[in-house]
Ligand binder design. Structure first.
Ligand SMILES: Cc1ncc(COP(=O)(O)O)c(C=O)c1O
Length: 401
């Protein structure tokens, strides 16, 4: 798999003539083609998990493609509404829905919520009653599997996302007249790359979920499977085939007997459209290891430090030099600031730029930009073949007080 296409290389090269600090570039033309494909089916209702990338232009592409929006904070909600998107197309997930946040969401017109605790159910009902409105609510369920597996979304570990079946048994749905309990939500596995494994996990969820719905007297109209569809981060990773996934999802929908199957996609929707270009500051040999110090690191792309999984990288310039193993570091004074060990042309030097790919999701907004007061990365888009700047580079004086 080639992570860096020729049009992206050309666009990044053009930008590097004018810029000397790291920047993100999102290929909206590629994104729009991909999103059209995702929407060309009737089995799954698709929402966009805004946390993956809240940039206005990205949200607008998802809107144009017909996606709905999953938001998990007031900031995400306001960003979606600021793009002219109706609150009827917004769903609120997330473990920290305070009464204050719920009140704000209701006032802004949101009517669909995933409840993650008994308190949230209570608060949703209270605020809905105060406003004289009805809300559609899905309960988020956290299941346990016998063969435990680790995963950033929790997998089989205990997380604050939703409640176990036993804990939900305490809910008497009849006590909440302002809420329509229309379904269940479950999502515990991130960045999955096997349709078969996903199918197995989803299949195993059906019995416990339908049993829970029965005990709670909920007619299971909607099953929301969250996100979790992965993208390759190395050349050897598998790539999920959308047609196969849709077949698997259609079967799950039928087996669960639900009217609607929902997913909120983040990574799979936007991950592949983004690249991060980063100038080389210095190269040195240290204890026999080739070290490359870059202008940006986990201040702009935190994910490698959190998941131990690197973004794939290429040298921007063409080089026929043999490849050599190099460790890539960012500018922060912490050993965490490492963007991985990669094979790169041995003539790489201080005039070069590296381009990291698969950075469209969990990039700019999943970072630690303030530590050491470096610049915030700028953000560009390619739309109809034209490059435009959405965010100029901002230096630390912009946010320091
Ligand atoms: C509730 C919920 N839905 C969907 C997503 C998106 O997940 P992904 O990026 O794996 O598609 C997330 C991500 O954390 C989430 O918390």
């Amino acid at each position: 798999m080639d992570f860096l296409s020729t049009p992206i290389k050309t666009a990044v090269s053009t930008l590097t003539q004018q810029l000397d600090t790291p920047f993100f570039v999102y290929d909206l033309d590629k994104l729009n083609t991909h999103l059209a494909r995702l929407m060309a089916q009737t089995d799954v209702k698709l929402w966009y998990a805004v946390k993956a990338n809240p940039l206005s232009k990205i949200i607008q592409s998802l809107d144009n493609a017909g996606f709905n929006f999953d938001v998990a904070s007031k900031g995400e909600l306001e960003q979606v509404l600021a793009q002219g998107i109706s609150s009827e197309r917004v769903l609120n997930t997330g473990p920290a829905k305070s009464p204050k946040q719920i009140k704000h969401f209701i006032a802004r017109g949101v009517r669909i919520f995933v409840a993650e605790s008994l308190n949230q159910v209570n608060w949703l009902n209270q605020h809905a009653q105060q406003q004289g409105i009805q809300l559609q609510v899905l309960l988020r369920v956290q299941l346990r599997w016998p063969e435990g597996e680790k995963n950033p979304l929790g997998g089989d570990s205990l997380t604050p996302f939703g409640l176990g079946c036993d804990e939900w048994q305490a809910l008497n749905t009849a006590d909440y007249p302002a809420l329509h309990f229309d379904g269940l939500h479950i999502f515990q596995w991130g960045n999955m790359l096997s349709t078969q494994k996903l199918s197995e996990l989803w299949s195993q969820m059906i019995n416990p979920l339908t049993a829970l719905a029965n005990t709670l007297n909920i007619t299971l109209k909607i099953l929301d499977l969250g996100g979790g569809l992965g993208i390759p981060y190395t050349r050897d990773d598998n790539t999920l085939q959308w047609d196969e996934l849709i077949q698997a999802l259609a079967k799950i929908k039928q087996d669960a007997g639900v009217d609607e199957l929902w997913m909120e996609l983040g990574r799979y929707a936007v991950g592949e459209c983004g690249h991060y270009a980063n100038p080389v500051v210095e190269r040195k040999l240290n204890y026999n290891q080739q070290q490359v110090i870059l202008s940006g690191g986990i201040n702009h792309l935190l994910r490698p430090a959190v998941t131990s999984q690197d973004f794939p990288v290429n040298l921007l310039r063409e080089s026929q030099a043999p490849l050599q193993s190099m460790s890539l570091y960012g500018p922060l004074c912490t050993a965490l600031d490492c963007l991985g060990e990669h094979s790169l042309p041995e003539d790489l030097n201080e005039q070069d730029w590296l381009v990291f790919s698969q950075c469209g999701a969990y990039g700019f907004s999943e970072s630690m930009p303030y530590f050491l007061c470096h610049e915030l990365a700028s953000e560009y888009v390619i739309q109809n073949g034209n490059i435009s700047c959405i965010r100029q580079v901002e230096d630390a004086s912009h946010y320091l007080r």
